[in-house]
Design a protein around this ligand. Structure first.
Ligand SMILES: Nc1ncnc2c1ncn2[C@@H]1O[C@H](COP(=O)(O)OP(=O)(O)OP(=O)(O)O)[C@@H](O)[C@H]1O
Ligand SMILES: O=P(O)(O)O[C@@H]1[C@H](O)[C@H](O)[C@@H](OP(=O)(O)O)[C@H](OP(=O)(O)O)[C@H]1O
Length: 437
């Protein structure tokens, strides 16, 4: 990791953790002080609190203080969306949906403030997909994409059927087929370290089996079990856990090097034209933390500590538009639909979540990591087999030696709490409402 970044990461941790756990009132004061400081030192102007933020409930306000930064200036470049087919020999890939935009039209290629992981990670995220795209378009410098992908695996002889692999959330182009029963995920040093640390941990049985790093076409990938392999025409749901979907480091970075993102502004507009502040409308751009916080407030991330990212049902339909699925009632309704009213499946899910909750309590890995952006993947099929897995450790980061989290306490910048356990508790409770009309 470059020295400067390492230094930044350290100073963030040190500064943050020396704060310890402070009262919420102090947090708002701290936020105000930080804003003032920012205005002085970097001439960053803060956005007005927008209507979405103003309407947050008491619970949200208490659990997640908002720190919104809107810089002046900055630039972005728009690139048109293109399909990509047969990028990997026998795989056929189709876009099923996109959370970039309903029209799937724009994304910005800009080194932004959110670029907080190692350079190789970020590049890896972008460039493998870009190479595929370049083959067709001849364009040199494309960003990576975030599109939901359905991959029809090649025929698997031993199973006498072809398998449809679905990527419900996350960045497009992040996955490839591995050898039978496995998938390859674009390499991230951070995620690799997590998989390594998870070996032998209480959580090991609840994460995809990890088989190390492999090189394909000169690029490194994380080789892991395909969780769908044992299912027949599965229904799948991706639930992003926690009260926060960005790392504290991302906030620090946003202050140090704020970048405006046109693509995130566009995504905001698609959902609610009034969401950007007048200033943001003028700039036609927002910062990533601003966008992430808005998304969290709009969905159930703040109110419940988890949110539904996407669902694929056995009939092949995919739904990824859950940005406004916010209340317990909304979520209950989505779960009810997802399990098709099948109480056996529902009971199995509840019991699996209970087991995961116990495993989390005894996991050393969990205690010692800030778990942000990680999901629970729910999978069931018509045989009523149902399983839940923890996936995506790309933004799960180790705490300094000797520090632990309870994953329940409200987050205040500096304490690194992520609300994972609180969210899981709410998720289990919400599932309990599914059978109660
Ligand atoms: N081991 C696995 N087996 C089967 N499907 C998986 C597996 N890992 C991921 N997926 C599928 O891919 C999707 C995205 O996974 P993941 O969240 O790890 O990707 P990502 O690109 O890192 O996401 P993000 O950009 O949100 O960090 C999941 O919603 C799921 O549909
Ligand atoms: O779900 P949405 O509304 O599409 O928003 C995206 C989502 O929050 C992703 O988690 C985030 O990637 P990371 O978790 O990796 O930060 C991505 O940032 P990005 O645009 O910088 O990829 C956002 O655009």
């Amino acid at each position: 990791m470059p020295k400067e970044r390492e230094k930044r990461r350290k100073s963030c941790k040190e500064a943050g953790l020396s704060e310890g756990v402070v009262k919420e009132r102090r947090t708002s004061r701290k936020g105000a002080e930080m804003r003032d400081e920012l205005c002085h030192t970097t001439e960053v102007r803060l956005a007005e609190i927008n209507p979405t933020q103003a309407h947050t409930t008491m619970m949200e306000v208490v659990r997640v203080p908002q720190v919104t930064i809107t810089p002046d200036g900055g630039s972005s470049r728009e690139i048109q969306q293109e399909d990509w087919v047969d990028a990997n020999g026998p795989l056929r890939r189709k876009m099923s949906n996109s959370s970039i935009s309903s029209t799937g039209s724009s994304i910005v290629h800009d080194e932004s403030e959110d670029d907080i992981l190692s350079d190789s990670e970020t590049k890896s995220k972008g460039h493998i997909t870009l190479e595929h795209l370049c083959e067709d378009t001849g364009e040199q410098s494309k960003p990576w994409w975030k599109l939901k992908t359905i991959i029809t695996w090649p025929f698997v002889a031993s199973q006498r059927r072809s398998l449809s692999w679905v990527q419900l959330a996350g960045h497009k182009g992040n996955f490839k087929a591995g050898s039978e029963g496995t998938i390859l995920k674009k390499f991230s040093e951070n995620e690799k370290l997590c998989f390594e640390r998870l070996q032998g941990d209480a959580l090991q049985d609840f994460v995809p089996g990890y088989r190390g790093v492999v090189q394909t076409d000169g690029e490194p990938f994380l080789h892991m079990t395909d969780l769908l392999i044992k299912f027949n025409r599965p229904s799948i749901m991706d639930c992003k856990m926690g009260v926060r979907t960005y790392l504290e480091e991302e906030l620090v970075r946003a202050r140090e090097r704020p970048k405006l993102r046109r693509d995130l502004y566009d995504k905001m507009l698609e959902v609610d034209h009034d969401a950007p502040s007048p200033e943001e409308h003028l700039q036609k751009a927002v910062t990533k933390p601003r966008y992430m916080q808005w998304r969290e407030t709009l969905s159930s991330t703040h109110t419940l500590g988890f949110r539904i990212e996407g669902i694929k049902k056995a009939d092949g339909t995919c739904h990824t538009d859950f940005k406004k699925t916010r209340t317990e009632e909304d979520v209950t309704e989505v779960f009810r639909d997802f399990v098709g009213g099948n109480t056996n499946i529902l009971n199995t899910y509840q019991s699996k979540l209970g087991t995961i909750q116990q495993a989390l309590k005894s996991s050393t890995f969990f205690k010692r990591h800030e778990v942000v952006g990680s999901s629970l993947l729910f999978i069931h099929d018509h045989t009523e087999r149902a399983e839940v897995w923890l996936i995506d450790f790309g933004k799960t980061t180790a705490l300094p030696e000797g520090t632990t989290l309870d994953h329940w306490s409200p987050w205040q910048e500096g304490n690194r709490e992520d609300g994972y356990m609180w969210g899981l508790n709410n998720l289990i409770r919400t599932l309990g409402f599914v059978t109660k009309q």
